[in-house]
Write a protein of this length. Structure first.
Length: 259
């Protein structure tokens, strides 16, 4: 089922560069001044054995909802540790309300899509199986870890919502019709993507097909929906991950928070 979680207005704020060199971690916990949090064994191992950090070291932490906070390592062992939350560095900030619906492809290309979509500010990631999808079995826990890692490195303060995989038919049945669906149609007479995106108003989602593209029947069904706009990404056939990156880049340049 598509996540319909409402997201607040977004305002682009440049990162506070004086804190940029501090290690940045995502924590699944409420953040507030003075709170002491227990580190997971993975975080403790990473900080102590990989980064070679110790007690008294400052960090930046975020949880996707409470902004970004400065923290200090108060204790750190091989597989355990604690940090103390000090003060807030950045207030909560949501990325643009753009969804990416994509047909799963090969594992390393899925990882590329997740990483780049997170970097480019996607709000919701929706895997979609189609008639030509060959790699529909996904490990959502692994994908979630890849998303969090990308968010840690890209300075965003929220985490994209990753939904469970659904079929294209179900996607269209459940679709909120007030949200425009931009469909990358490699086989039709669609208008150029840039022009279509320039003229958008309201909430938007992007749909990228699998290796081999959509079937003729799928293309016909998509084109029959009033909320669907087919677009072209140029004269060359793009890989699915390249198409996703290209369409997201155009969206951010025309409708997103790059301006």
């Amino acid at each position: 089922m598509i996540s319909l979680r409402k997201r607040g207005p977004f305002v682009y704020v440049k990162p506070m560069r004086e804190n940029y060199t501090l290690t940045r971690l995502y924590l699944d916990a409420n953040l507030s001044e003075g709170r002491t949090l227990e580190l997971s064994s993975d975080h403790a191992h990473y900080l102590r054995n990989v980064l070679r950090l110790g007690e008294g070291t400052e960090l930046r932490v975020f949880n996707g909802a409470d902004g970004e906070w400065r923290a200090v390592i108060s204790s750190l062992g091989k597989r355990a540790g604690d940090i103390e939350i000090k003060d807030q560095l950045r207030v909560p900030q949501a990325c643009p309300d753009i969804w990416l619906c994509f047909a799963p492809v090969r594992k390393h290309r899925n990882a590329f899509i997740l990483e780049k979509a997170t970097e480019l500010g996607v709000a919701v990631l929706q895997p979609v199986t189609t008639g030509r999808t060959q790699f529909g079995k996904l490990r959502l826990d692994k994908m979630q870890s890849q998303i969090i890692e990308a968010a840690e490195q890209t300075e965003r303060l929220d985490i994209p919502v990753l939904n469970a995989t659904i079929g294209l038919d179900q996607l269209l049945v459940d679709w909120p019709t007030d949200r425009t669906l931009i469909f990358a149609d490699e086989a039709g007479d669609a208008k150029p993507a840039l022009g279509a995106l320039l003229n958008l108003t309201g909430p938007t989602a992007l749909l990228i097909g699998p290796e081999g593209g959509f079937t003729p029947e799928e293309r016909d069904r998509l084109r029959a929906q009033d909320y669907v706009i087919p677009v072209s990404l140029g004269p060359r056939i793009l890989r699915a991950d390249t198409a996703a990156l290209s369409l997201l880049t155009l969206f951010q340049a025309t409708q997103g928070d790059w301006g």
